[in-house]
Design a protein around this ligand. Structure first.
Ligand code: 13P
Length: 339
C-alpha cells in the first residue's frame, strides 16, 4: 500500500459517526498521580492490569474507535498473553502512540513551554509501527496569563507540531496534532477564545509550511471555556464559541476534531461534546473526543486497585463511553446519567 493509501485507510478506521478515541497515554509520572489519587500504587503491573482491563471491556469497540498508548503499554500483554495493540485491534479499536517526550520551559519566552522529542523521531516511529501503532499523538501546552502565550511561544510550539506531523506522515502514521491551551487561571471566556484563535492560526500556518496533508491528520484542541477559577459556561456557550473560532482557523479539509477533556468533569465533557454536535450543521469536520480523564475517572475510581472490582470498573467505563457516543450523535441528555 502506498503511504498515502495507508494514511487514508487509518483515517477511515479512526473516524466514525458515533465513536471516539480513548487517551490512555499518561506518562508514568502522570499515571502515578492518577493512581495515587484513588489509593493505588503505580507499579508496572498495576498499570498493565488497569489498561488491559479497559481494553478488554466487552463491547467497548461499539463506542471507542482508537486508543492512544504510552510507550510502556505498547509492549505489554493482557493476562492471556495477547499484546495490547492486538487486543485493541480485536475490539475494532485502532492502536496509536504518544510520541512526545514531555515538556519544559521555553528559553526566551518566560511562562511558555515547549515539548521535547523530535530528535530520533523518525527511527522511533518505525519501531512503534512494527509494534502495531497506526497513529501518533504529540502535545504542546499553552498557559494563559496576561503575557502568555508570547509571540515566540506561539511560533515555536506550532513549528514543533508541524515537524512532528510531517515526520509521522512520511512514516505512514496519522498524526494527532494537540495544541492544549490550559484551563488553569481566572481568565474570561473571551480571553480563552482570543488565545485559541492565535494558537490554531499559528498551528495551521506551520502545518501548511511543512506540507502536512490536512486530510490525513486529526486536530485535538481544547474547548473554549472560561478559566477554571472563573466559573462555568453552559454547554451551549462553550459549543457556540468553540465552533465559531474553529471555523475561522481550521480548514474544512481536516476530517475530524477530537477534543481533549483538559480537567473538565466527565459529565461536563460529555455535555459539551453533545452541545457541539447539536450545532454540527455549522461544522465541516467530525466533532468527537480524545478524552483521557473524562473517560477514565469513573472506571479508575470503581476499580480502586482491587481486581475483584473488574466488572464494576468495566461497567463504569462502558457507561461513560456509551454516553459520549450519544454525545457524538447529539442525543445525550443529563438524565441518561442516572439510567
Ligand atoms: P485529558 O482528556 O485528560 O485532557 O487527556 C487528553 C490527553 O491526551 C492530554 O494529552
Amino acid at each position: 500500500m502506498s503511504s498515502s493509501a495507508e494514511l487514508q485507510q487509518t483515517i477511515e478506521d479512526m473516524i466514525d459517526a458515533s465513536r471516539g478515541i480513548l487517551a490512555a497515554d499518561e506518562s508514568t509520572g502522570t499515571m502515578t498521580k492518577r493512581l495515587n489519587a484513588v489509593g493505588v500504587d503505580s507499579t508496572e503491573e498495576n498499570r498493565r492490569w488497569y489498561r488491559s482491563m479497559l481494553l478488554s471491556t466487552p463491547d467497548v469497540g461499539r463506542y471507542i474507535c482508537g486508543i492512544i498508548f504510552y510507550e510502556e503499554t505498547l509492549g505489554q500483554k493482557d493476562d492471556k498473553g495477547t499484546p495490547l495493540p492486538e487486543l485493541a485491534a480485536s475490539q475494532g479499536i485502532v492502536p496509536g502512540i504518544k510520541v512526545d517526550k514531555g515538556k519544559g520551559d521555553l528559553p526566551g519566552a518566560p511562562g511558555d513551554q515547549i515539548t521535547y522529542g523530535l530528535d530520533g523521531l523518525a527511527e522511533r516511529l518505525e519501531g512503534y509501527k512494527a509494534q502495531g501503532a497506526r497513529f501518533a499523538k504529540w502535545r504542546e501546552v499553552y498557559p494563559i496569563t496576561d503575557h502568555n502565550p508570547t509571540a515566540l511561544g506561539l511560533t515555536a510550539n506550532a513549528e514543533m507540531l508541524a515537524r512532528y506531523a510531517a515526520a509521522c506522515q512520511a512514516a505512514g502514521i496519522v498524526p494527532i496534532v494537540e495544541p492544549e491551551v490550559l484551563i488553569d487561571g481566572n481568565h474570561s471566556m473571551e480571553r480563552a477564545a482570543q488565545v485559541n484563535e492565535q494558537v490554531w492560526h499559528a498551528v495551521f500556518h506551520a502545518l501548511h509550511q511543512h506540507n502536512v496533508v490536512l486530510e490525513h491528520m486529526i486536530l485535538k484542541p481544547s474547548m473554549i471555556t472560561p478559566g477554571k477559577e472563573r466559573g462555568k459556561a453552559s454547554p451551549e456557550e462553550v459549543a457556540d464559541m468553540t465552533i465559531r473560532i474553529l471555523r475561522r482557523t481550521v480548514p474544512a479539509a481536516v476530517p475530524s476534531i477530537n477534543f481533549l477533556s483538559g480537567g473538565q468533569t466527565p459529565e461536563e465533557a460529555t455535555a459539551n461534546l453533545n452541545a457541539m454536535n447539536r450545532m454540527r450543521e455549522r461544522a465541516p469536520w467530525h466533532l468527537s473526543m480524545s478524552y483521557g480523564r473524562a473517560l477514565q475517572e469513573d472506571a479508575m475510581r470503581a476499580w480502586g486497585g482491587d481486581p475483584a472490582n473488574l466488572e464494576a470498573a468495566q461497567q463504569a467505563f462502558l457507561k461513560r463511553a456509551r454516553l459520549n457516543s450519544q454525545a457524538r450523535l447529539g442525543e445525550y441528555s443529563a438524565d441518561q446519567e442516572a439510567a
